[in-house]
Write a protein that binds this ligand. Structure first.
Ligand code: NI
Length: 183
């Protein structure tokens, strides 16, 4: 296993819809190596999730997971998962607001609306992380989901001014997960 370089906003692969992992490649040595490297990189970088395009591989493959204590008191534990060619079957129409970070957008936090429930079996924090990672497979970063870019902050200023505001309103800082967490 080896730690991979995470590409940052401005690299064209981050904005390109990713290719399906071919059926015959699933379970093969090359994909297994990539999965192992994604997990190692995510852990090393303190991420909650990491999608293959974020390491320059334009493939529909992502890993996610974090221990219970990983990202603050409100964060939920997420068991380690590997998703190959994942598909959002359905999303609820309501929206929850929470602050997000991204390993490809270091030192930033943004307030992003997301569906509170999605099928692939996910709800709450897991639903948020899934949507964030699956966006990477479409060349979308969380900035594109933000209706108000005034709700974008550098990490230091986020910790200082945003974290303490009340949750659940666009103008407020949600006490999410996303605290300190990057995907
Ligand atoms: Ni991300």
């Amino acid at each position: 296993m080896s730690c991979l370089k995470v590409i940052r906003l401005g690299h064209p692969v981050l904005r390109r819809p990713a290719r399906q992992v071919p059926a015959e490649a699933i379970g093969g040595a090359a994909i297994q190596r990539l999965v192992d490297d994604l997990i190692e990189t995510m852990v090393e970088e303190d991420g909650i999730g990491l999608a293959a395009p974020q390491v320059g591989q334009s493939l529909r493959l992502l890993v996610l997971g974090q221990p219970a204590a990983g990202a603050g008191p409100d964060a939920e534990a997420i068991p380690l998962r590997v998703l190959v060619n994942p598909r959002l079957v359905a999303c609820s129409t309501d929206r929850e607001w929470a602050w997000e970070g991204c390993l490809s957008l270091p030192d930033l936090r943004g307030l992003v609306p997301r569906a509170s429930r999605v099928v692939v079996e996910a709800a709450g924090f897991l639903a948020r992380v899934l949507q964030h990672e699956m966006d990477h497979l479409e060349g979308i970063v969380y900035l594109d989901r933000m209706p108000d870019l005034r709700q974008l902050a550098f990490l230091d200023e986020y910790g200082r001014y945003c974290q303490t505001q009340a949750p659940d309103a666009p103008a407020a800082a949600a006490q999410d997960d996303a605290r300190g967490a990057q995907r």
